[in-house]
Write a protein that binds this ligand. Structure first.
Ligand code: PLP
Length: 332
């Protein structure tokens, strides 16, 4: 059994290792929008009372996502619970991708198969397939039509397509939930309030799935699994269409700038980006060198040594300037 996966955002460990005070770090290790939805002061009753019903939150979420969904305490909850309710004999996982998927399928002793590209998958009766779209960390993005065709095929095999769309919000047309068609029975979609809204600490996510899976999954939440403040914040944030538009435009512009800055130091073939992060693939020693070089200057990147990748989160104007000066004395 492999150890629990490590994640970005481990600033305390970095502060100790590189002997730089915690407050002096620029954290680019996560891929979370640094200009999060501005949370106002919450009404007292939201703190004082238990959440009564999630129906208003889920109605607003249904409008935002384009399909009926139910609320969970972060899409991570669904990742770690789905393997206990789906009767998959075998599960197909991306060769590279958010490692919690593999970790939790492994806990339930399902047979795991790895794929490099979707067209190399040969699913059998009852198989589950996990796709992360866009992929974290590779940035690889699948066309929603391709994914829906795969889901149609899995429906005929009584299998499941588990689609992790945690990073899709900046490009909503890339979601399978916005394709204006009947959704296949095999489809399970995970959404997160952590990335685009920059509210990872709130612990709120959503699941789309058929009624039978929902009936097995939802009771595992127990009462009040989503805090009243989280439900209140989610309800407001999901309705704030003006903020959505502004955030999408801002993230695209920061993506262009971060990509452009990295391109001055890294070959175009080694650099890929999404509106929430850029990922660099380098020879092993160079990847370690880039990570250490930036960390030495108080900039935390996310190093994936197993794949020789470095992920750099989208940042503000100040963050870009700091990264630019750090990279001035680093060369490939
Ligand atoms: C691809 C992917 N999916 C899901 C999650 C879980 O996010 P959350 O539980 O905050 O919704 C993460 C977290 O980093 C992620 O990278």
């Amino acid at each position: 059994m492999s150890a629990a996966p490590l994640h970005g955002g481990r600033l305390l460990a970095a502060a100790e290792q590189f002997r730089i005070p915690l407050n002096d770090w620029l954290d680019l290790s996560t891929g979370i929008n640094p200009t999060s939805w501005p949370v106002p002061a919450l009404p007292d009753h939201v703190w004082q009372r238990l959440p009564d019903s999630y129906a208003p939150l889920e109605a607003v979420a249904g409008d935002y996502y384009g399909a009926p969904v139910f609320a969970v305490p972060g899409s991570q909850w669904a990742i770690q619970t789905l393997p206990s309710v789906l009767n998959a004999e075998r599960v197909w996982l991306p060769l590279e991708g958010y490692e919690e998927h593999q970790y939790w399928w492994q806990q339930y002793q399902h047979r795991m198969l790895k794929y490099e590209t979707l067209d190399s998958i040969t699913p059998q009766h009852g198989d589950s397939v996990v796709v992360i779209n866009p992929n974290n960390p590779t940035t690889h993005t699948e066309n929603p039509e391709t994914l829906l065709r795969l889901a149609d095929h899995l429906t005929t095999l009584q299998g499941h397509l588990i689609l992790d769309e945690a990073f899709v919000d900046p490009t909503p047309h890339a979601s399978v939930l916005h394709q204006n068609r009947m959704l296949p029975d095999s489809l399970v979609v995970l959404r997160s309030l952590g990335k685009f809204f920059g509210l990872a600490g709130v612990r709120l996510g959503f699941v789309y799935c058929n009624d039978a899976i929902r009936a097995r999954l939802q009771p595992k939440l127990g009462p009040w699994a989503i805090s009243h403040p989280a439900a209140w914040i989610g309800e407001q944030a999901l309705q704030d269409t003006q903020w959505h538009r502004h955030a999408r435009a801002w993230l695209m512009s920061q993506q262009t700038q971060l990509h452009g800055l990295l391109q001055q130091h890294i070959k175009p073939t080694q650099l890929h980006s999404t509106p929430l992060f850029c990922t660099v693939q380098l020879p092993s020693a160079k990847a370690t060198d880039l990570f250490n070089h930036c960390a030495g200057q108080g900039i935390l990147l996310r190093h994936f040594p197993q794949w020789d990748r470095i992920r750099v989160g989208i940042t503000t104007k100040n963050g870009l300037e700091r990264l630019q000066s750090a990279l001035q004395c680093w060369d490939l």
